[in-house]
Design a protein around this ligand. Structure first.
Ligand code: PLP
Length: 425
């Protein structure tokens, strides 16, 4: 029985609900302001989850609130296959300025999973090929097709098979998983990819590679430039499309505008959501016009995509990111946070790795035998919440405690979070 259905049941006490939904903290959020959430008793929490990396401009940034309020009073919804609207037209222009060169055509939906599905449909239509290759530990969403591309944990796949056919999995260059230096892990990942292309999904059958620049739900493991260059090379050689899933890594989260910017990723299709609209449901894919024109009319669409209020919030989000230098802040505060967390880890044997980019940092918990330790990670997460610091876990075994504050976080708030963490573990 899914925990979500139980969560929705009427009359369940909070404590019981949070036990059912193992990650939940038992906090009922009443309001949010910047990096803080307040519960119904007005207790303050440092929110280092940001709604799973969504509210990057902070909770209820005044400029986002004002833009959304203005739009609510003007036009809430107009379906874009019938009539266009100004916030959408303006957003296309503004996104065009920040997207990687050549990706000038966009399609909008409401969630990361939907956008992944759109990228999958486009890849198959554009190439006429059935298969995709994904990388071990990747997370691409929870709809059936997106879950079929997801290998970051069995919980996202089990119980609703059969999943979509035509998905092949190749290793991600994860040095921690293999216990190898990054060079060796990359050699292995690329050699295995060639093996998959020779034996399981030949180029003639392979529409696309789907890859995250940093494994998100898979444990905050960055890719690297040589691996992404290897994907680009093989994509070019065989007419395979490179789909870069920036749902979690986009909009400054990693200290560059796109996570792929760290590795010169050069996607054919970029998928984005989360940080795009500061919490309003909005996602997008971007590709070249030549590629996008290969989608059949009507094959991409949906009633609510590119909602006018969400688009207005996204425009305000882009303004805030630019005017408040949030990408730079993410890099600087991320370095500060990583250093502080490393100091804590140095004193704790069970935190074996602190990793990530910008304000996307994971702490790996392992037991004395070197095995992933989700129990200690979950206990730390819950104790941190009790002390007023909200955190999430990730990783295949939920053995990683991750820090993803809003990009508006300042140096004092980073220090406060690091102190709370040091007291927690
Ligand atoms: N892709 C990545 C990299 C994600 O991190 C997520 C969500 O966490 C998704 C796709 C799915 O997005 P959503 O939960 O909005 O469907």
């Amino acid at each position: 029985m899914s925990t979500i259905y139980q969560l929705m049941r009427k009359g369940k006490p909070v404590a019981e609900l949070s036990q059912v939904l193992k990650q939940a903290t038992g906090v009922i959020a009443a309001r949010g302001e910047g990096v803080f959430l307040y519960d119904e008793d007005d207790r303050r929490y440092l929110d280092f989850t940001a709604g799973i990396g969504v509210t990057s401009t902070g909770h209820c940034h005044p400029r986002v609130v004002a833009a959304a309020q203005r739009q609510v009073g003007t036009l809430i919804h107009a379906q874009y296959t019938t009539v266009l609207h100004r916030p959408l037209l303006d957003l296309v222009e503004r996104l065009g300025e920040v997207l990687p060169q050549g990706l000038d055509r966009m399609f909008f939906a409401n969630s990361g999973s939907e956008a992944i599905e759109a990228a999958l449909r486009l890849s198959r239509q554009a190439t006429g090929r059935p298969n995709v290759i994904v990388f071990h530990g990747g997370f691409h969403g929870r709809t059936v097709a997106a879950a079929s591309l997801t290998t970051s944990g069995t919980k996202f796949r089990s119980g609703f098979s059969p999943l979509m056919a035509g998905v092949h999995v190749s290793p991600f260059p994860d040095p921690g998983h293999f216990g190898w230096p990054v060079e060796q892990a990359t050699d292995f990942a690329l050699a295995q990819l060639d093996y998959v292309l020779q034996t399981l999904s030949t180029p003639a059958d392979t529409a696309a590679f789907f890859v995250e620049p940093v494994l998100g739900e898979g444990g905050y493991v960055p890719a690297n430039e040589r691996f992404l260059a290897g994907l680009r090379e093989r994509a070019d050689e065989h007419g395979i499309l490179l789909v870069v899933d920036e749902v979690q890594t986009g909009f400054g989260r990693t200290g560059k505008f796109w996570g792929g910017d760290h590795f010169n990723a050069r996607p054919d299709i970029l998928v984005t959501a989360k940080g795009l609209a500061s919490g309003f449901p909005l996602s997008a894919i971007a590709a070249s016009s030549a590629l996008m024109e290969k989608a059949w009319p009507g094959s991409q669409g949906g009633t609510y995509g590119a909602n006018a209020v969400a688009c207005a919030a996204a425009l305000a989000t882009l303004d805030v990111i630019q005017d408040e230098h949030l990408v730079e802040n993410s890099a600087e505060r991320g370095a500060q946070l990583k250093q502080a967390l490393q100091l804590v880890a140095d004193k704790h044997e069970q935190i074996t790795d602190v990793r990530g980019l910008g304000l996307m940092i994971g702490n790996e918990f392992r037991d004395a035998a070197g095995k992933p330790d989700p129990i200690t990670a979950a206990a730390a997460q819950q104790e941190a919440a009790r002390r007023g610091l909200l955190l999430l876990t990730c990783g295949a075994w939920s053995q990683v405690v991750r820090f993803i504050p809003a990009l508006v976080v300042d140096a004092d708030q980073i220090d406060e979070a690091a102190d709370l963490w040091a007291d927690t573990v």
